[in-house]
Design a protein around this ligand. Sequence first.
Ligand SMILES: Cc1cc2nc3c(=O)[nH]c(=O)nc-3n(C[C@H](O)[C@H](O)[C@H](O)COP(=O)(O)O)c2cc1C
Length: 184
Amino acid sequence: MREIDFEDDQIIWKILKEHIEEAKELQRMVVSSVDENCRPQARTMILRAVDHKTKCLYFYTDARSPKIGQWQKNQFCQVLAYSSSELLQLRFTAKAVVWQSGELYQSAKSGLKEHQWRDYSSFLAPGSDYDPALKPSSDKLNFALVQIKVEQMEILKLLPKAQEHLRYSFNYEEKNEFARRLVP
Ligand SMILES: Cc1cc2nc3c(=O)[nH]c(=O)nc-3n(C[C@H](O)[C@H](O)[C@H](O)COP(=O)(O)O)c2cc1C
């Protein structure tokens, strides 16, 4: 397991990049939304890209899936991931922005592989009742890029052999109180 300087948030963004490139655990994140009844909704999503400069996480989905409508009505979301190889939990408090046009969207769309086109081209919207009479996919792509703008990142590093675990909070909104060590 690597040694990490937890005062510096950059290392976390570097680890995320590595996990994307090597398809490791932190690429599979639990991403939440809030539905019209103010109920939390959570699902696993694959982290596709990160931008450490703008503190953004990027995910792909079908534009017709319920989470898209939820984020369009209420941007608040939380993203959670745990790596058993790093003994590291990451929790992001954020706002979601849905893209279906623009430069970033076009660039993501042009990189989609064949199986991803299929994933985002089902005849019926994700979550609809299954209809065996319909072909699995249509010609219409319903791809959406989800940009998660991180406001706060919290890390918990488990140190089973040390006296205590390490917990840090990085507040990207509050420049004066950026990094805080917390009681685990
Ligand atoms: C390992 C794994 C990875 C997944 N990755 C994605 C993904 O990148 N994007 C996505 O929309 N759904 C992904 N899903 C499916 C979602 O978890 C969820 O079932 C689906 O998107 C419906 O979500 P919703 O009804 O809350 O909108 C993944 C599921 C698993 C198990």
